[in-house]
Ligand binder design. Sequence first.
Ligand code: SF4
Length: 828
Amino acid sequence: MKEPVSRRSILRGAVLGGTGAVAGTLPTLVPYAAQAASGPSMPDFVEGSAALRPDKTVAGACQFCNCDCRLEIRMKAGRVIDVRGERSDPVQDGNLCVKAPMMAQLTYNPLRLTTPLRRTGGAKGDPGSQFEPVTWDTALDLIARRFLALRDQGEARAIANRTTGRMPRGAGALAHRLFSLLGSPNDTDVGPVCNDAGGNALAATFGLGNFTNGYGVDPATGKEDLGAARYLLMLGTNQAETHPVTFAYLLRARQRTRARLIVVDPRRTPTGALADEWLAPKPHTDFALILGMLHEVIGQGLYDRAFVDRWVLGFDELREHVAAKGYTPEWAAGVTGVPAATIRRIAREYATAKPAAIFCNAGISHQLGAFDTYRAIAMLAAITGNVGVPGGGCNFMHNTWPGGLGLPPLKTGVPDPGPALPVGPDAFAEAVISGRPYRLKAVMTEGNPLISSANTAKVRRAFETLPFYVYTGLFMEEAAYYADVILPVCAGLEFEGVYMRRDDRAIRWQDAAVPRVGQSRSDTEIFIGLAHALARNDRRHPPSYWADAFPLEWNDYKKLWATFVANTPGAGGMTMERMRARTEPLRWPCPSAGHPGVSTLYLDHPSWYQAARSLDPGNAGKRFLTPSGKAEIFTPELESRLVPSGHHALPIFFTHPEVTGGNPTLTYDAAFIANPVNPQALTHPVRLGTPADGTVHRQYPLMGMTGRPSVAHFAGVTHWTYTGEQLNGIRLVQIHPATADRHGLANGDPVLVESPRGAVTGTVLIEPGIRPDTIFLPNTFGPAQRVGDIFGDPRYEAANTLLDDRFYDNLSGQQAYKCFACRLRKVR
Ligand code: SF4
């Protein structure tokens, strides 16, 4: 181990001050760490001040990232004055990251939307668009009438909704019910933008699409789960910035276990900087690295024979496959640039270190072959016996509620919705513009597709012509200027609800801390209100069609949650009362009041078997929840399910055509078929193996990756806080020193990043910890982010104007944000 746990970026709490740089604009913040850093000899004058001594504390949760930290929200005279981390949660250990205080800055923010708005003038997308305030009833009636008119014309499927991770748990279930009653199949979540591929691959291999292990002590065994790992293999996951508090937990455990930490990433992130070893493959080539490791583990007999014999289906087919395809470490070295000897050594270390845990995040999900790559990783864990064991597993970050939240059955039937549009962030835009496979005419979003989609220019064109668009959000983000109706939502401290450490299925209850700003409503209330507006305006169905399906008492989240608990398999023990009484989150599945919840999925333990049976009586006696009850690498059924889409149960290497090196890539057929892993939706079949011609690299010799700007930001929302913009309001483009030299670029120079699709500006950050053939371009910046004006920051074009959205994973819908051909130009 190279370094002790560093707490420099982990705060114990944060004090909110009132001296903004520009008086009367936005509140500022004094980090509590600044006091802590001053040393134990200095008294805590804040704690000792009667003026700052809280008169009330509220138990909340930070909702920015998947750590789902518990917040002790300290109040004085009705205002949040401080947030502290939960000390009695051993995983959190009192920690928070730099973003926690920004939760309060969302509430105390003069740029908040405070009332529903209706468009009165201006072209769609024009920042000079005019809107007028309207009542909630007026806004919801307007939306209801437009939706019903389309339904009555036989075009229910032309209405679509896309949710985001910002919403309290359960809002997605309400949206799904509402769209089912309308007759539209196009109710989607943000999973294909974030990490659906991992869940899809886990479900196909082990039965459930969830992170397999848990942080902290497994209450079933009383032993550490992920803290017991002897080897931490992190691919495409920068946990120090994306999961700061759970990563700090892993680092604390590593001090005890001496576990080796291996980080695989084309750039040395703060996570890689803490690792025992940083491997830097070319972007978009992790798939080859894993195939090379599989070849080595099988060829050298490093797999777990007893586990394979008892619990794995398809091992012999995999052995023949990797041998026949020649996926040797030497071959993988040629593709990735990682030496073959290193691949062999890492394979041996991983296979023999038991237990060994793999972690992945967007660095894998945002690749063209995300589903197949995740499947290969799951196979590596399965054949080494590293699944269903504490301290092991395939810990692929996932976004959505495990298995969905259930509601009571509808009293009425619902229309047959037909097939949904292909999954993926840009399918809506494609359908609006081209009408393929059919045209969308009304869209509602809970988030900002102009920043998150893979082709911002195309989404902009689509939303200019879209007949009806409803934007719901906190601020006038880019997308709001295209809206016909704007609905203001509450910030996270303004409502009670349930939040989830989505990684390990760990759920917390949070109480509301402050009154709602203006007339803002929570997302659950918006969908309930919209259902009742549909009841008022529907001429085909009686009001009870909608009103009975959305009881008004669900506006009280406690009652809504109790309904979910009563109707969701595996959640029977997750009552509000139980969660509220805990300082630690409670993990799903948790079928009864006496069940402790599940940390290690597939653990050969009565607690797991009981939970598995609660999910489906057909799981009785099964360890893995696949048809066979084993980890399924290859079965004839899986093969025949995947083949029409162009994929196979045994993964075949391909990558993005803009990866250098003349690798096999893929082509898409124009036809539509049912998606085998998202069967509600259509997809284009692919043909694997088309060679990339490499001509793009004559003009665009570098490879670009997009990603989170730093620990200061989460998606676009933190760009609307004073602290977020103060810390990281400049888009810093990371460039290797040799590459910068070649281009005559120095630190701080303005730079233009150009791809065949577009160009964006940034500021040069020379960084030796990145491959010379690769640059890193922070995403989530956008031209409507006004807070940076306080600091004189530029308004940036979205990074996703550079990507080629035609290349996406046709199974999971994930877009290839992690590779685009590009070049640099100094801005003079
Ligand atoms: S952003 Fe994540 S790590 Fe930071 S305080 Fe919030 S939940 Fe915790």
